[in-house]
Design a protein around this ligand. Structure first.
Ligand SMILES: O=P(O)(O)OP(=O)(O)OP(=O)(O)O
Length: 552
């Protein structure tokens, strides 16, 4: 059995209004106390399995959950139990038997949840959704985290029903998408409890620092993860897989920035989360370009949202780079202190990340990514590129035409068998496009010294797009050739990145020379460094242009 569900965090300020709205219609209240099990080595969590025993009112239910085919689907096996007795024999002969037989360690209680759940059904035109508003505690050892979330589970109809319901609640109450299940949070909390216990066990006066490091690790930024594509995937399927990965990176960093676990207690979000969120957005935009023409055009609202939000986070990022990278380098080089801060960006990262506009965009993106539409057939009747709409009628194999004026009716004959798709189509398409992109970057790059600033900026963006896209296609391309190429490309990117940071800093220091003459020091230093970097960039591009082809 599988469940389709979306979860939104309810910030403290929104709780009274959410509660009021839930109670407007008849709602059922139930107390849920769940115990989750794993081995000391976290073998179940590593296999992405969660097993719990839960007291639901008076009943006991044993549940196993695993990830399903997409971000909102999970496989769920439920077994009523007479009491708090975990019975693994119920999984004999099921799809999880092999995974459980492989578990070596002894299962034990690892973390618990204690939740008050309010349940209510909502009907939308796409189907019925059950709302569950959970408030309570997640506990692992001596550590606790609050639970405050609204879940939307599909009861009947299409997944669009989940989004139709969730969108309204999200916009009315400023809710925040949180991709983590309770079990994922619980497992991470249990690991933190263990790390803190380990830190305490080692004597030394840096105990506080070690504890602080362990705590910060719990909310560590979510970097880019590898994507595995299969040769037999269609372009929309491949795009969906890539989009899921990018969205996860964006949403997880955003939820830390929105302080979903830490409101008013501890500041978990920092500049690295902003950076990684933006990396996620850039990867997504690169993928959109990579699949351009092979999938249906990206909806205008998604494109517009990406521009606005990326820009807003970008202003925060620029300031972070200035404060954390460029200014310290200038101080090291001897610049006298400038007693002035750059003006803060219009909106800080935390309020953008938790804001209704950005969170609404995330929901739209999630819904789109679950079922990426294929490219519409071109006017000649052929699907564009890799677009193979599954529900479209097959193209006619024979057209009967005749008569001077042409027949009034054109009968269509559908072939008995659809033509066999090329099993390597996706790989070939990707290799061809990446090759083209490489040629363009290499051609422009070898002229680097002669390019003006906007052209260099454009080239940097192309380089990034190529790098992220290569990473997406990596599982289908020859690994050994790719390794060398990737190194050359990231060398180019590092240099261009520094050039970009300095260009931003230059604008800032130029703006303050009148009031702070020390800024002249910064400008002199920056221009000398930019000169060096331009020479490095030229060399790096020449090496890239001379590299062995990665696409063959
Ligand atoms: O009640 P469920 O089965 O939806 O499960 P949950 O206690 O909400 O946990 P999760 O965050 O894993 O869906």
């Amino acid at each position: 059995m599988s469940e389709q569900e979306l979860k939104l965090h309810v910030p403290a300020a929104s709780r009274p209004a959410v509660l009021r709205e839930i109670k407007q219609r008849e709602a059922t209240r139930i107390r849920l106390h769940a115990m989750y099990f794993d081995t000391p080595e976290r073998e179940l969590a590593r296999a992405r399995i969660a097993i719990r025993l839960r007291q639901e009112g008076r009943d006991w239910v044993q549940t196993l959950k695993m990830p399903g085919i997409n971000a909102i689907t999970r496989i769920e096996l439920n077994h009523p139990r007479p009491g708090p007795v975990l019975d693994l024999s119920v999984y004999a002969g099921t799809e999880v038997e092999a995974a459980l037989v492989a578990v070596k360690g002894e299962l034990g209680l690892r973390y618990e949840t204690d939740v008050q759940r309010l349940l209510r059904k909502v009907r939308t035109r796409y189907g019925t959704v059950e709302l569950a508003y959970d408030t309570g505690i997640l506990r692992a050892g001596a550590l606790e985290l609050p639970i405050s979330e609204l879940e939307f589970e599909l009861v009947s109809g299409r997944p669009a029903a989940i989004f139709a319901a969730a969108r309204g609640w999200q916009q009315r109450h400023a809710l925040v998408l949180d991709p983590r299940s309770k079990s994922e949070r619980g497992d991470a909390l249990a690991q933190l409890a263990q790390r803190l216990a380990d830190a305490d066990a080692i004597p030394g006066d840096d105990l506080e620092t070690r504890r602080a490091q362990a705590i910060a690790q719990f909310w560590a930024p979510r970097g880019a993860a590898a994507v595995k594509l299969r040769e037999d995937m269609t372009a929309p399927q491949a795009m969906a897989r890539i989009a899921a990965e990018c969205l996860d990176q964006i949403a997880r960093n955003a939820s830390v920035l929105a302080e979903v676990d830490t409101e008013d207690v501890y500041r978990a979000g920092n500049s690295e989360h902003v950076h990684q969120l933006r990396v996620g957005v850039r990867r997504l935009r690169s993928a959109w370009k990579l699949f351009d023409g092979w999938i249906a055009p990206i909806p205008a609202s998604l494109l517009e949202g990406v521009r606005t939000h990326f820009g807003a986070f970008g202003a925060n990022r620029d300031q972070d780079v200035l404060n954390e990278t460029v200014a310290p380098a200038l101080m090291r080089a001897g610049m006298p202190v400038i007693p002035m801060e750059a003006a803060p960006p219009e909106q800080d990262a935390r309020s953008i990340a938790g804001g209704k506009a950005f969170q609404g965009w995330l929901l739209d993106l999630l819904e789109w990514s679950l079922d990426v539409p294929a490219a519409p057939p071109a006017s000649d009747g052929q699907p564009v590129a890799n677009g193979t709409p599954s529900d479209a009628a097959p193209e006619p194999a024979i057209r009967l035409e005749g008569g001077v004026a042409g027949p009034s009716v054109r009968p269509t004959i559908i072939p008995m068998l659809a033509p066999e798709p090329d099993p390597q189509r996706l790989r070939k398409q990707l290799a061809r496009r990446l090759h083209r992109w490489h040629s363009k970057v290499a051609d422009q790059g070898t002229q680097f010294a002669a390019l003006d600033i906007p052209a260099r900026h454009e080239l940097r963006k192309r380089g990034k797009r190529l790098r992220y896209s290569l990473a997406f296609a990596e599982s289908l391309l020859p690994a050994a050739r790719l390794r060398g190429y990737r190194k050359l490309l990231s060398r180019v990117q590092d240099i261009l990145g520094e050039i970009n940071d300095l260009a931003v800093a230059k604008d800032y220091y130029e703006s303050c020379t009148a009031t702070h003459p020390q800024a002249w020091f910064a400008l002199g230093w920056i221009s000398a460094r930019l000169q060096e970097l331009a020479e490095d960039a030229q060399r790096a591009f020449d090496d890239l242009a001379a590299s062995k082809p990665f696409w063959k």
